[in-house]
Ligand binder design. Structure first.
Ligand code: NAD
Length: 348
């Protein structure tokens, strides 16, 4: 049986990628390698954990020796790498964690793949999942393309940019077969509530303030997470060796407008008078080094591989809210304990 190893599969995006692969490729063994940090949650995979082609391995990608043992044991032909420290605010308070996991961890995985594949790269592939934040900030116009120069501003984006460079360097230096995707902001089920959309859903349910950085004019492109998982599947299987692909929703929103749209949908779903939740909006002190606007030009993946988002933002947001309302226990579980301490420190 062919084996694909997916790192970070217990996290937000990784869990959707694992589910997509386990269900779509029953003839392929999917090994989910995850350290289960605060962001990793095996509850995200409850529905597929008993599938015969699925296996979970607890391992920290910073631990080079253990990672090599896992690779030697499972001999994966493919690697899809999503494990990362992923939250910009945490990178501002703790940059070294981001260097360790995002940079050293990625190099450990590249070394392990290079070691077990030796020089026989036939049928092998290392897919690195990255972010549009490596490109820096845009003004009011323009888009990031695959040719845009890197210009990261936060410790998070600097660590992801560094990992991207290492992945390309292993392709150029050793011939390692790689592909890369740089995606815009994701949203959807299983999203950890330190990020804008699930945080606001959680706070609206609990009648708590909705913290918006600065004047709320920061602009991001948003993509429904299942569409990202499908793009990863496509690029992993059909992307050009050594190529990178930008993935985005063709869907830009200023934070303040997005939160107002969310408030409107939440009021309707909760049977509250429209306008009620908007009153919870509270502007908070800006994040240092905050990039004004990110916007993705996803025309390469569209033209070359035929990918495009399957849902509109309004549809995706509606599905997301419904999921959180139906899974309040999940939300309660992840917002207890350490999350509470982090939240108090961040916003009070
Ligand atoms: P997440 O924080 O929800 O999940 C990260 C997962 O990685 C968790 O399961 C965690 O336990 C695991 N992990 C962390 N450190 C680890 C380590 N040292 N060893 C093994 N596992 C470890 O992140 P996410 O939002 O799902 O992002 C996944 C990937 O996609 C990241 O590489 C991120 O940079 C990238 N990305 C995210 C977005 C987004 O909007 N969330 C957009 C573009 C790209």
């Amino acid at each position: 049986m062919k084996t694909i190893l997916i790192t970070g599969g217990a996290g937000f995006i990784g869990s959707h990628v694992v589910r997509e692969f386990v269900l779509k490729y029953p003839e392929v063994k999917i090994v989910n390698l995850d350290a289960l940090t605060y962001a990793g949650n095996l509850e995200n995979l409850k529905d597929i954990e008993d599938k015969e082609n699925y296996e979970f391995v607890k391992a920290d990608i910073v631990d080079a020796k253990h990672i090599l043992e896992v690779f030697e044991q499972y001999q994966p032909e493919g690697v899809i790498h999503l494990a990362a420290e992923s939250h910009v605010d945490r990178s501002i308070t703790n940059p070294l964690d981001f260097v360790m996991t995002n940079v050293i961890g990625t190099v450990n995985l590249l070394n392990a793949a290079k070691h077990i594949w030796k020089d026989n790269f036939e049928g092998k592939r290392f897919h690195h999942v990255s972010t549009d934040e490596v490109f820096g900030a845009l003004g009011d116009t323009g888009f990031f393309t695959e040719e845009t120069s890197y210009d990261p501003h936060s410790p998070y984006s600097a660590s992801k940019a560094s990992s991207d460079h290492f992945v390309r360097a292993y392709h150029d230096t050793y011939g390692l077969p790689i592909v890369m995707t740089n995606c815009s902001n994701n949203y959807g089920p299983n999203h950890f509530p330190e990020k804008l959309i699930p945080l606001c859903i959680h706070n609206i349910i609990n009648n708590k303030p909705l913290p918006i950085y600065g004047d709320g004019k920061y602009t991001r492109d948003w993509l429904f997470v299942i569409d990202h998982a499908k793009a990863i599947d496509l690029v992993f299987h059909e992307g050009e060796n050594g190529g990178s692909y930008n993935v985005g929703g063709f869907n830009e929103w200023k934070n303040i407008d997005l939160v107002k749209e969310l408030c409107k949908q939440m009021d309707e779903k909760l049977g509250r008078e429209v306008g009620t939740s908007e009153q919870l909006i509270t502007f908070v002190k800006d994040r240092p080094g905050h990039d004004l606007r990110y916007a993705i030009d996803a025309s390469k993946i569209n033209k070359e591989l035929g990918w495009k988002p399957s849902v509109t933002f309004e549809q995706g947001l509606s599905k997301t809210i419904d999921w959180f309302l139906e899974n309040q226990e999940w939300l309660d579980n992840v917002t207890s304990g350490d999350y509470q301490k982090y939240y108090q420190k961040q916003y009070n």
